[in-house]
Every structure is written in C-alpha cells, then in structure tokens.
Ligand binder design. Structure first.
Ligand code: NAP
Length: 248
C-alpha cells in the first residue's frame, strides 16, 4: 500500500481515532495538531507500535505558511500525498446568535472554514493530475449541525459547517476530472473533548438518550465512515455526504 494521509487535528477525538485506523490499514499518516503535542505524539507511538508509519507535525491550519510547512514536512517524511482528512475544528461557549461578537466569529471562521480551504488547496496542488500528481481523496469532517442549525448553542459553528458542505460540493466538481474525490462525513453527537469547549462536557450523555439510536457515537464509528470514503471501495463516490449521526 502506497498511501500518504495528512489528517488535521489528528491528536485527539475523531481525528485520533481516524489516524489510528488509517495507520492500522497501512496508510503512512501525518498527525497534525495545533497545541497538544503530547496527545499527537501518543497517537504516533500507537501507530508505530502496530507496525505503521507516522509523524506528528504542529501547525495552525488557519495560517498559510504553517499549512505549507505541514504538507512539505508530510511529503518529505512520508512520500507523495494521496489523501487529506480535514478534521480540525472548534467551537466556543454555548450562547445565542445575538450574544456573539466579531472576535469569536473571526476565530470560528478561521479554524473551521479558512483551515479546511487552505489544506484542501495545498492537497489539490499536490494530488491533482492538473499539477502532475496521481490523484487522491479528500474527506471533510462536517457536522449534523449544518442541517440542524444549533439554536441556542452555536449557530456560528453550524454555519461554519454549512460552508464546509458548500466547499465539498464545489471542490468535488472542480477536481472530479483531475483524479481527486471530495466527500464529507457529518458526525452527530460524538464522545470527545469538544463539548467541554462549549461549556458542557456532559452534553453527549444529556442529549444522547433522545437520539433515534438512543446514544451518542464513538470516535471510532466516525473513523470507519471516513476511511470508507478515502478507500478504493468508494471509487465512484464524490461530492457526497455520509451522515454518522445515529439517525438524526
Ligand atoms: P476535539 O476532540 O476537540 O479535537 C479537535 C482537534 O482539532 C484537536 O486535535 C485540535 O488540536 C485540533 N485543532 C483545532 N483547531 C485547530 C487548528 N486551528 N489547527 C490545527 N488543529 C486544530 O474535537 P472532535 O470532537 O474530535 O472534532 C473533530 C471534528 O469533528 C471537528 O471538525 C468537529 O467540528 C467535528 N464534529 C465533532 C462532533 C462531536 O460531537 N464531537 C460532531 C460533529 C462534528 P490540539 O489537540 O492541538 O488542540
């Protein structure tokens, strides 16, 4: 297997589960992180422990120079890029839209929109046959929030994931004839640390029982969906959305 994957925000949560599964399946994995080096290095160690190849690279995905350094390092250490998972994302304290301020909006757009756009662009310049590449696959990690709107919690976050939905469609059509597939997995409520950022670490336990399947999801269940869309099993699928939301 000759696959090289960059996964943004791969040190924790859904990204970490995805990095581990990809490593087990033979991808050479670049585990990006922004601040938590220990978690990212821990995932790299676990991939190496099962015979895989991985490196951890610090970069804020919302900064052009850092994104370029991320992809240059990944290719230097692991070989030509064949896959990107745009997973890094964030949210902030639960509130109403009329309580949001400009600085918060700037932060949310930067991490959740600018970051995936910059990383997708860096990946296309490396993978597209238009640029002499051999093709590849991109999976964006969106959210059920883009459908639900997240009223009273984080409409800004939901809207940023709406932008990612649009990017998935638009980019998939731009590069469909250039050997690159672009798809999106939209998780629902998943057991990770992200809910603590919203001020409610126990949110999945509160809301989970009300979901059609009666529970929140595990990061590993989302990772399976992401790996499917990356894989040759999804060779005729592009511009598509896979809901991993327990029926909601
Ligand atoms: P998480 O546990 O909070 O992990 C977020 C990861 O993103 C961390 O590794 C973090 O890096 C990284 N990150 C954040 N901003 C970054 C930036 N600017 N540059 C580089 N890395 C950055 O979150 P999660 O729940 O696994 O979420 C992963 C993705 O799934 C996000 O896009 C999220 O919106 C989406 N999602 C999650 C849920 C859910 O219920 N958990 C539901 C729907 C969608 P550090 O480790 O260095 O801090």
């Amino acid at each position: 297997m000759d696959e090289v994957l960059v996964i943004t925000g791969g040190g924790r949560g859904i990204g970490a589960a995805t990095a581990l599964l990809a490593g087990e399946r033979g991808y050479r994995v670049c585990v990006n992180y922004r601040a938590d080096a220990a978690s990212a290095e821990g995932i790299v160690e676990r991939i190496r422990a099962v015979g895989g190849t991985a490196v951890a690279v610090q970069a804020d995905v919302s900064r052009t120079a850092e994104v370029e350094r991320l992809f240059e390092t990944a290719e230097r250490e692991l070989g030509p890029l064949t896959a990107l998972v745009n997973n890094a994302g964030t949210l902030e304290k639960q509130c109403r839209l009329d309580e949001l301020d400009e600085d918060r909006l700037t932060r949310i757009w930067a991490a959740n929109i600018t970051g995936p756009f910059l990383c997708a662009a860096a990946a296309v310049r490396r993978m597209s046959t238009r640029y002499g590449g051999r093709g590849g696959a991109i999976v964006n990690v969106g959210s059920a929030a883009s459908r639900l709107g997240s009223p009273g919690e984080y409409v800004d976050y939901a809207a940023s994931k709406g932008a990612l939905d649009s990017m998935t469609r638009g980019l998939s059509l731009e590069v469909a004839a250039e050997g690159i597939r672009v798809n999106c997995v939209r998780p629902g409520l998943i057991h990770t640390d992200i809910h603590a950022l919203g001020g409610e670490p126990g949110r999945v336990d509160r809301v989970g029982p009300n979901l059609p399947m009666g529970r929140g999801g595990q990061p590993e269940e989302v990772a399976e969906a992401i790996l499917y869309l990356l894989s040759p099993a999804a060779s005729y699928i592009t511009g598509s959305f896979l809901e991993a939301a327990g029926g909601r």
